[in-house]
Every structure is written in C-alpha cells, then in structure tokens.
Write a protein of this length. Structure first.
Length: 257
C-alpha cells in the first residue's frame, strides 16, 4: 500500500516558490517576466516585443500571477522531461515520493500542464493511481493550473512571436490543455487586436522585401502571416494595404489573390 504523503508541505513549497519568483520583494512579475518567451523566439523581432495591446483583465493577471508564483519560470522553456526526471533521489522507493520529486523538479524551471507532467510520470512507470493523486494535489495548491498556463501562453506567444489565435490554439492542444480552456484563452484576443498585430508584423518585414516585384512581395508577406495562423483574407488585406501605403500599384490584386 502506498504511504500517504503529508500534503501540507505542498502549500509551503508554493509560497516559497512564489517568493523566489518575485523580483521586487513583494509583487509578482507579469508578462514575459514570469512567462518568458521560449528560447529562439526573441530574435524573431530583433529582441523587441510587439505592441502591448490585448485584453489583460484582472482575472487573467491573477491566474498568471498564481501560476508564475508556483513555478518561477516561463511556460515550456525547452527543458527535457527525461533529463530532469532522471534526477531522482537515490534510494527513493515510494512511488508517491518519486512522483512528487519528479513533478517538483520539472516545475522548478517553468510551468507545466497536467498532461505534460502525467506523461513524464508515465514514462518513469509511476502507477496511474499514484500519479493521479499527486497531480490532483498539485492542482489543489495551484502548482498546476492549466487555465493560467493557457492564458499566459497566449499573451507571451502573441506579443512575443505575433502568433494568431489559430496557431496558439494548435500549440496549446499539443500541450494537452482542455479545449474549453483553450477557447477561453484565445478568446481574449479579438479580431481587432489580431489584425493590429498582423500590421505590425508586416511593417517589420516590409523593408526586407523592397526590390522584389509586387506579386512576390505579396506572396512572401502573406505567407509569413499564414504560417503564424492568420486567416487568408486578413493576411492578404493587410499586405495589400501596406504595399499601397508604400506606393505600390495594387490594382487587380483583389481579383488575382
């Protein structure tokens, strides 16, 4: 029979990690300070951040703060589950203790979804019932919060990489976030904010296409937006307007594209 862990220490850990995650001695960090842009993303826009628009309601800030305090890092910063999970305490034979140690180690660097942690525990052959109990307790003390994870992921990846709702939803699905939570998180980006971000993306890339013929510029810029999840109609409209503002003749583009 598995020995029941004294779960009170989880709450103490959550509080301690919250204090470590606060850079100002009290207030938890926000935005990319808590949920940093994953490695390789910053250089996409030469280390700059897209506009600070978008919904930032009190509910989302509260959830983001809770998840950030619980973990002290950005969502999915590329660390390997297997490498961290291998670092188990020597001689640890209790499955519940092993599961707890694995999850805490994985959460030290960045937030994780419940599914990501469940997959790691399954790989380490932790019994399913033990894993479920440990993960449920982690959720109770908010060391795991898929809703906060999804909210923070949308904000970080939209402002950091300019990803549209469709691309963000696809990424969250791969991390095992529930579809209802995904819909709620991406729903915080409205069409107006999405189009404004698309305009900023095009403005940043426009100079690099100068010297190319008009049609090639249109295809290259619209393709860039499409890869980031923007709808075709919006992508073409934004690019045509940007080209027109530069003095390009856009007559006939509506019929050809």
């Amino acid at each position: 029979m598995t020995r029941r862990t004294d779960w009170a220490e989880y709450a103490d850990l959550a509080a301690a990690q919250g204090r470590r995650g606060r850079g100002d001695g009290g207030a938890a960090g926000t935005g990319d300070e808590v949920y940093g842009t994953p490695p390789g993303d910053a250089d996409v826009y030469e280390g700059t951040r897209l506009g600070d628009g978008g919904a930032r309601g009190g509910r989302r800030r509260g959830r983001r703060r809770a998840a950030g305090e619980a973990s002290g890092g950005g969502p999915d910063q590329g660390s390997s589950f297997s490498s961290r999970a291998e670092e188990e305490p020597a001689g640890s034979g209790d499955p519940a203790e092993r599961a707890r140690a694995i999850c805490l180690r994985l959460l030290t660097g960045s937030p994780r979804t419940r599914k990501q942690l469940a997959d790691a525990l399954r790989k380490k052959e932790i019994p399913e019932d033990v894993a479920d109990e440990v993960l449920s307790r982690f959720e109770e003390v908010r060391l795991i919060d898929d809703s906060a994870f999804a909210d923070a992921w949308v904000e970080s990846r939209h402002h950091g990489r300019g990803l549209a709702r469709r691309a963000l939803a696809r990424e969250l699905r791969t991390k095992g976030v529930d579809s209802a939570l995904i819909e709620e998180a991406v729903g915080q980006l409205d069409a107006e904010q999405e189009e404004e971000t698309a305009r900023e993306l095009v403005a940043r890339k426009l100079r690099a296409t100068r010297g190319l013929d008009r049609d090639k510029r249109l295809r290259r810029l619209a393709g860039m937006l499409a890869r980031k999840g923007y709808p075709e109609g919006m992508a073409l409209r934004v690019v045509r307007q940007a080209l027109a503002e530069e003095g390009e003749d856009t007559d006939g583009l509506d019929e050809r594209y």
